[in-house]
Design a binder for this molecule. Sequence first.
Ligand code: XMP
Length: 511
Amino acid sequence: METAVIIDFGGQYTQLIARRVRSLNVFSQVVPYTASLKDIKALSPKGIILSGGPASVTDENAPKCDPELFRLGIPVLGICYGMQLMGHLLGGRVAVTEKREYGLVPVRRERSSTLLTDFEEENACWMSHTCQVVELPEGFRVGASSVNCPVAAMEDRERNLYGVQFHPEVTHTRNGLALLRRFLYDICHFGGSWRMEDYAREQVLRIREEVGEKGTVLLALSGGVDSAVAAALLSRAIGKRLTCVFVDHGLLRKGEFEQVRDTFERDFDMNLIAVDASERFLKALRGVTDPESKRRIIGAKFIEVFKEEAEKLGRLDHFAQGTIYPDVIESGGTLGSNVIKSHHNVGGLPKELGFTSLIEPLRMLFKDEVRALGTTLGLPAPVVWRQPFPGPGLAIRIIGEVTREKADLVREADAILRREIADAGLESEVSQYFTVLTNMRSVGVMGDERTYDWAVAIRCVTTDDFMTADWYRIPYDVLARVSRRIVNEVRHVNRVLLDVTTKPPASIEWE
Ligand code: XMP
């Protein structure tokens, strides 16, 4: 397979480079800077990208690559630290400059530049550096410059070595993707034939190798898209040697338990253990009103139930998890380390249960790539496009004490909201939408009777990263239908409210 090798010098955007390369249909492999020249050559790269990094090349202990890398005849693109390293190792001079650049900076390209052909004459680029190349190595020409950075890009066309001080992988850089395309297609001559199906095939081989011919794997299925895609991939790799445990804590959305069971048991013919533990969870939550206590209780119960099921099965060899790249970052993990999502329900399980290894086949992928992989593997659209759902489930959407009656009530209201959003064709416009059972009752009138019932709130948000969010302006006619249906169809609800708060200061969930 045609491969682009990305050498990681600890930059925060390394995986973003890999993702952009994949989006251009080129297979990429990220290797740490400690990889030997022999290891790199063994991957038969058609192009090499040196990532950014926090160090300064002039420091004695700065991460370096073998200078022979530049003599292999393989095109190399150095980005930020990668460019400085190239400059330094090839005899140029890198120095700390007084004026550091950070943020969007206009960069002026030289007409003669090959790499920057698609750039505007003055092109906004994302910069973040204190050091820069101040003297070019022999054979190089300036490709672009900014006011504070005379060598914002450099190239040696003869040897096919290129460097950019800015970050083409960051979307803020105008025409950044076009730059990467030019490097990969016109300079390295990649065919651009890589597809998600290839990723699936490659991961299947890896999983088979790791698990061996007889090994068994246990996976905790949450019903969310990540664990579902991991399950589908493992199932393709090792079939029935994968066992999935899906715990119903009684706080799932309407129809969720059945949908997960049908998809994996019927369509994928998997060993699925679906445990109805709702009674145990609800009992443990009795009388509990504090949000963090609810979370802790649910987390602990989950481990308890899961452990029991795992013990019933007899210990399986490996434990699999649908950790994706943003989780790795959130948990402070680095490449190659086995960090288990700290916020994940099953954190701590592998160690307690004595599994020999942890398999995380999605840990290099971003959410949209996980969805693309899920589609490739044949998962149904409702599973692949499911909106995020918190591990503690409806418990954190019921303010105050959680009871089965309240869970049923908020579940029904939620199902109505989901139906109406779908019927109005708004599903893809709203990032997350649900109902909340407020802990408030108010007086109403139904027929001729006085009621004293619950108020349900509607929460609909748009967001890219769930760190900040805006409330979604639901059309009034849709709101009217949702409200009418909820008070008519859900018993003991006589009022519907709309949450019009952004995050921050509010969070998306109410608890
Ligand atoms: P907040 O409420 O923090 O939510 O603004 C941000 C996103 O995270 C989800 N969320 C959780 N997911 N376990 C999870 O797996 C949790 O305990 C949890 N709490 C919030 C929330 O649904 C939203 O998408």
